[in-house]
Design a protein around this ligand. Structure first.
Ligand code: D5M
Ligand code: FE
Ligand code: ZN
Length: 466
């Protein structure tokens, strides 16, 4: 198998730099002839990128239109999430996650059931083979290697990522509980351990081609309004509302934490200007009513809203939204929207807290990197049972499938932009100034900013109302 460094070196000899995603593609294909063919295709350009991969056509997945909707809720319309129940649903839930994500990996590699390795270890010893498993446990050994227990529906095996294997080890350090991985490697001579050589994630296909609307349309994307908090920035919001009056935006998406809520954290009472939850939603409703009625508004809940914490979170129920304007659609968290054919996956982003704690080098200052990690794993939230409560249902709504053109998150109150294999990731900041708690945690919000995305070009713009 070709190593990353070897691939890069051979391109350099041919006077080319090479994009990292091309390196991982060639490594996965394990076809050295690709290097010369691609270098030839890229003659005259310095950097070899995915567009030079022979025979690789940009593809879009799935049908865009049954009819020709302006706004369609593809997944997560109000009332679609079920109640949380028992142990059996957790089994269904993880099986569904495994099935969805393993099939994404299996389309790129030939794998065998873990059971086959366990049953005839002598047969597979010293032979390179591949498995796909969900991470049941992951830890760093005393010697600094990564030891991962992976499970498929047939069995479980311990996988060792040696810290000396530089390239796969950096990824191994980022393995999260309950993500699904493909691993290529060799069985130990006693059959008790699998030595990993390479790690594969479900990932976004390298030839993913985002859909662009064929007619004009702009969407404004925000999050974390926190109405009712004494740090809610009403003047900045008013400037935003004035700006919307004159803008040509057709959609306004709000990714949760619409209000500050009641009893969300200890001592919150002292930081509320509106201490009644109904009143908080009524004031928020009034703010939406003041926006142009031509704008289609979509609002989802976050962890400060009145619905259950466990994700998927239901839409805000009607008893709180009686005063909301008719142009506002209430949806669940997460939800998948279709705006003129452009798909937006909107997720509040609670799992970002968990991922920042688990991924070496991750920071609240750079939420875009976390969105890349979500896309690589094709999961909005990987670990089960940490700070992000997950409602185990028959299907895993936190799997990213189908791929959206835009992934919108919030929660961390810091703006971030990323573009990962054609998917635009936006973390939309907040309308709340730094709270005492955030000051204590050394979190520096970037408040009062809105993203505007042109649906014809998928180019984002940030507008600052602070
Ligand atoms: O979250 C706003 C920001 O504050 C987000 O970055 C997470 C952080 N936060 C919120 N609660 C906690 C706790 N309990 N521990 C650590 N960090 C936290 P919001 O959902 O708006 O409160
Ligand atoms: Fe928030
Ligand atoms: Zn939040």
């Amino acid at each position: 198998m070709l190593a990353n460094a070897e691939i890069v070196r051979r391109f350099l000899e041919l006077k080319h730099q090479v994009h990292p995603e091309v390196v991982s593609y060639i490594r996965e294909q394990n076809d050295p002839t690709l290097i010369d063919r691609m270098a030839a295709a890229a003659a005259g350009t310095l950097v070899v990128s995915a567009e030079h991969i022979p025979g690789l056509k940009k593809v879009r997945d799935g049908t865009r239109f049954l009819v020709d909707p302006e706004l369609e809720v593809i997944m997560g319309s109000a009332g679609t999430t079920g109640s949380v129940s028992g142990h059996e649903d957790a089994v269904h839930y993880f099986r569904n996650r495994y099935n969805c994500l393993s099939s994404m990996i299996r389309s790129r590699m030939t794998t065998m059931p873990i059971e086959a390795l366990l049953k005839s270890p002598h047969r597979y010893r010293d032979e390179e083979c591949s498995i796909i498993g969900m991470v049941a446990d992951v830890r760093t050994t005393a010697k600094g290697h990564r030891l991962v227990e992976v499970e498929d529906p047939t069995g479980a095996i311990r996988v060792l990522f040696n810290k000396g294997r530089d390239e796969s080890f950096a990824e191994a350090e980022r393995i999260l509980p309950d993500e699904v991985l493909g691993v290529k490697g060799k069985l130990s001579s006693d059959g008790g351990l699998f030595f990993a050589e390479h790690l594969f994630r479900p990932d976004v296909p390298i030839n993913n081609a985002p859909f662009k609307s064929d007619r004009p349309g702009k969407a404004v994307l925000i999050s974390d309004v926190h109405v009712g908090s004494d740090t809610f920035l009403d003047e900045a919001w008013n400037r935003f509302a004035d700006w919307l009056q004159d803008s040509d935006a057709a959609y306004l998406l709000i990714a949760g934490d619409l209000v500050d809520g009641i009893g969300i954290y200890p001592g919150q009472d002292n930081e509320l200007t509106i201490k009644n939850i109904y009143e908080q939603y009524d004031v928020f409703a009034g703010m939406l009513r003041d926006l142009p009625s031509r704008i289609r508004i979509v609002a989802a809940p976050g962890n400060h809203d009145v619905v259950r914490m466990a994700e998927p979170q239901p839409a805000i129920p009607p008893e709180f939204t009686a005063k909301f304007p008719e142009n506002c659609t209430l949806v669940e968290n997460p939800c998948l929207l279709n705006l003129q054919g452009v798909r937006v996956l909107m997720y509040h982003g609670r799992s970002i807290d968990d991922m920042i704690g688990l991924i070496p080098g991750a920071s609240y200052e750079r939420p875009g990197e976390i969105m890349d990690e979500m896309l690589k794993r094709r999961l909005l939230a990987a670990p089960y049972g940490m700070r992000t409560p997950i409602a185990a249902m028959k299907t895993d709504r936190l799997v990213i499938d189908p791929l959206p053109e835009i992934l919108l998150t919030g929660h961390v109150h810091i703006c971030g932009i990323t573009r990962y294999r054609g998917v635009l990731g936006l973390n939309a900041g907040t309308w709340q100034a730094q709270t005492a708690f955030q000051k204590q945690m050394n979190i520096h919000p970037t408040p009062a900013r809105a993203f505007v995305v042109d649906l014809q070009t998928l180019q984002p713009e940030v507008i600052d109302f602070s």
